[in-house]
Design a binder for this molecule. Structure first.
Ligand code: GLC
Length: 746
């Protein structure tokens, strides 16, 4: 069909849409100004103040205040957090409706990986490389949360992380700016859906702005000291993507960045976010972070901290009480202008209007809707599908997996074999009953009813007791196959959960060794929120599945993978080190003047004398039950170099050469061979997920365009430089199958 004839109509429609949106914005701005004109200084300050509910604190609870509901009635509170469900949110909104101007409250919540239904932790979801599925997961979370009185989630966390010692690595999308940016935008679109004001949309909040994941030593809350070039090249891209996706809010971060706390950092909040990126939403501090500029040594007291923060562009104060206690005095002392407060209050009120809260403060508070929208079967199915895609197959010697359902006896050994709600991981909401969450043990039994499963805990997660070893070894000896459910405790990752030692905890590797030494085939499941170190297991177990924390459907998804109902397709979004001494280790590093061509090079080895240069598992790595060939027969590309806005096509044939249908995530990396400043040895620039039946082949084509080649030069200008580039196509960052070079001529 020739769509060209519709072009004029489409053009008119899009102009109309733009006109309507601008008109709608103008209308809202007029309403905001009307409310603002009626507000007293105290009420303006109130809108910039966010309190935690009286329970479920997610930070150090600041001094108890007498009567939060009373303060809300006085118009001293603009938002609350950790208040969930129709009943509780109604109680607090009722209080706001008794205030003089009846300005509705915003209800914020850490809906990080699901609300009533828990999805895999974000780092696990990133292993799916399935951008649409990630968006669908957040859409479900938003649908559930918005039916429970919540209209704002403190998510997505988009911090790039290269250090698995950092506990919050579990909350992001790993180490890569390109994958992290796609996922950031998908999460924002998922949460905000068809746009704020739709009943199932909640405001997203891109956090933690910025570079929180670069904390020195991987220690949470620690200082960050990086170049401006690294800030722009590595840590800012996912935030830019979130802003471009329309994130309604941003949250700044606890860390200082090159000597300035992010909360008081006007370069980040005013110059980058509000000026360069033209961000129209509002910025909320992280829990207490305004007041924390005092222990930082950046402010002498809350009075000065409040002045610094509001001038730096921090619009709302989460739980430090610096604003509510000091902003009026700062205005009356002439230190801060009312205009500065008005700018922040406008940003906050605009979002309340966009959310429809002025029209109906109770629109998200509806017990009937809450009952009907939570825990829907199709949502559970989506959670199971996401959990399946989040599992990464690290090893499968002699095709041990998938297991046969005809096996007579399987021993399930390990401290996490019967774990139920522990599978949800950190930042999960304790809403669903524990019994609703199937353990691995229960899921395996359901999947293979002919098999007898014998469970032994073997050892605890993190102590030195060997008391369970003997019984576990005995159970293994009597079994055909052993499945071991090992890993961290769910609260060993998350906020304030950084670890100096990220080996498999306790005596777990000793237990794995004792079981492997029985000579039985051993499948090891590793549950964690971070890359752990488990070298003996990696070298000696027959099969390893990295299952992270998979949420409500974790047990079922693991059983589906073990028995082949789902062929694992996950790819690592973060590098796994061989030991802590390698950290930070990431794939998109510079080449140095003495690159190690192999682990044997001595003087030409920018690494250690006592450890190979390579990681244990590389970014982008993940196996399948089948195998894929990248056939160079059809690699063709226009020999003419790229100039102006031309593009370059690169094609090849992918073939499923194994006996299982499966999905391969084909990765495209590019290297700028000569540039000033230096560019990484490779950067992920595109990927394609290709599902093939056994024996099936398909042509895969990538389009290389100039916009893949931009980078920040020494003056932080976003540029391209002519010259030669290498394009690499592969199954992992360290498993490149096809290479070509091309030239950019201008
Ligand atoms: C916490 C976290 C932040 C979270 C907030 C509210 O300290 O740093 O990510 O959204 O407080 O719970």
């Amino acid at each position: 069909m020739n769509y060209k004839r519709f072009a004029p109509v489409l053009l008119v429609l899009s102009v109309l849409a733009l006109y309507n949106s601008a008109k709608a914005q103008d209308l809202i701005d007029k309403k905001v100004d009307s409310v603002l004109s009626k507000m007293t200084l105290a009420e303006k300050v109130g809108q910039m103040n966010q309190y935690n509910g009286d329970w479920e604190a997610t930070g150090p609870v600041t001094k108890a205040v007498g009567d939060k509901l009373g303060e809300i009635k006085q118009g001293r509170v603009g938002a609350v957090l950790n208040i969930m469900g129709s009943a509780h949110t109604k109680m607090f909104q009722d209080a706001a409706m008794q205030s003089r101007l009846k300005i509705p409250l915003l209800f914020g919540q850490d809906v990080i990986h699901g609300y009533r239904i828990t999805f895999p932790i974000p780092l696990a979801e990133a292993c799916s490389w399935d951008i649409d599925a990630i968006e669908r997961a957040e859409r479900i979370a938003a649908t559930e949360a918005s039916a429970s009185g919540i209209n704002w989630t403190f998510s997505p966390m988009v911090d790039i992380a290269r250090d698995p010692r950092w506990g919050r690595v579990m909350e992001g999308a790993g180490e890569d700016p390109y994958l992290g940016s796609l996922i950031a935008a998908a999460r924002v679109h998922g949460f905000q859906g068809r746009g704020l004001g739709n009943i199932d949309a909640i405001m997203a909040c891109a956090k933690h702005f910025a570079a929180y994941g670069a904390a020195i030593g991987g220690r949470d809350y620690n200082s960050v000291d990086i170049s401006m070039h690294t800030l722009w090249e590595v840590y800012l891209p996912p935030f830019k993507a979130a802003a471009e996706a329309g994130a309604a809010t941003f949250m700044n971060s606890f860390n200082d960045l090159n000597g300035t706390p992010a909360t008081g950092n006007s370069y980040l909040q005013r110059e980058v976010l509000k000026k360069i990126w033209n961000f129209k939403g509002f910025v909320v501090s992280d829990w207490g972070s305004i007041g924390e500029m005092i222990p930082h040594g950046y402010a002498k007291d809350n009075y000065q901290a409040a002045e610094i923060a509001v001038k730096a562009g921090n619009d709302m104060d989460m739980e430090s009480r610096s604003y509510i206690d000091n902003l009026e005095k700062l205005v009356n002392d002439g230190k801060v202008s009312v205009a500065l407060l008005d700018e922040s209050v406008r940003r906050i009120l605009r979002k309340k209007f966009e959310m429809g809260l002025f029209d109906d403060p109770y629109r998200y508070i509806n017990p009937a809707r809450e009952k009907s929208m939570l825990n829907r079967p199709q949502s559970q199915e989506e959670a199971k599908s996401m959990a399946q895609k989040s599992i990464v197959l690290l090893k499968n010697n002699n095709q041990l997996l998938p297991l046969s359902k005809e096996l007579k006896t399987v021993a399930l050994i390990g401290p996490l074999g019967k774990a139920k709600k522990e599978q949800k991981g950190f930042w999960s909401l304790d809403i669903e009953p524990n019994e609703d969450i199937p353990s691995v043990f229960e899921s395996l039994q359901k999947a293979a009813p002919k098999t007898q499963f014998v469970y032994q805990y073997g050892c605890n997660i993190d102590d030195q007791s060997h008391a369970g070893f003997a019984a576990a070894v005995e159970a293994a000896k009597k079994a055909d196959v052993v499945v071991m459910a090992m890993g961290e405790a769910p609260d060993m990752t998350g906020e304030a959960k950084s670890k100096a030692n990220i080996h498999l905890p306790g005596v777990q590797e000793e237990l794995i060794k004792a079981i492997v030494e029985t000579g039985k085939p051993v499948v090891v499941l590793l549950m964690a929120g971070r890359p752990m170190i488990f070298n003996w297991t990696a070298d000696n177990a027959n099969a390893i599945l990295y299952t992270w924390w998979l949420g409500s459907q974790g047990g079922n998804a693991i059983a589906d993978v073990i028995y082949g109902a789902y062929n694992p397709s996950g790819k690592l979004p973060i590098t796994f080190p061989r030991t802590e001494g390698q950290i930070p280790i990431y794939y998109n590093h510079l080449n140095t003047g003495r690159p190690a061509a192999s682990d044997k090079d001595v003087f030409y080895k920018s690494a250690y004398i006592d450890l190979p240069n390579s990681p244990r598992y590389a970014f982008g790595f993940g196996l399948s039950y089948t195998s894929f060939d990248y056939i160079d027969d059809g690699v063709f590309y226009s020999t003419t170099p790229i100039k102006d806005n031309e593009t370059l096509k690169i094609s090849f044939t992918l073939k499923n050469t194994g006996k299982y249908a499966g999905e391969e995530t084909v990765q495209l990396y590019i290297r700028d061979l000569v540039s000033q400043p230096l560019r990484p040895v490779k950067e992920l620039k595109d990927f394609k997920k290709v599902f093939l039946q056994p024996g099936e082949s398909r042509q895969v084509t990538f389009t290389i365009s100039r916009d893949m080649l931009y980078f920040y030069n020494d003056n932080l200008q976003y540029v391209t430089q002519p010259g030669d580039f290498q394009v690499m196509i592969g199954s992992a960052s360290d498993d490149i199958r096809l290479k070509r070079t091309f030239e950019l001529t201008n």
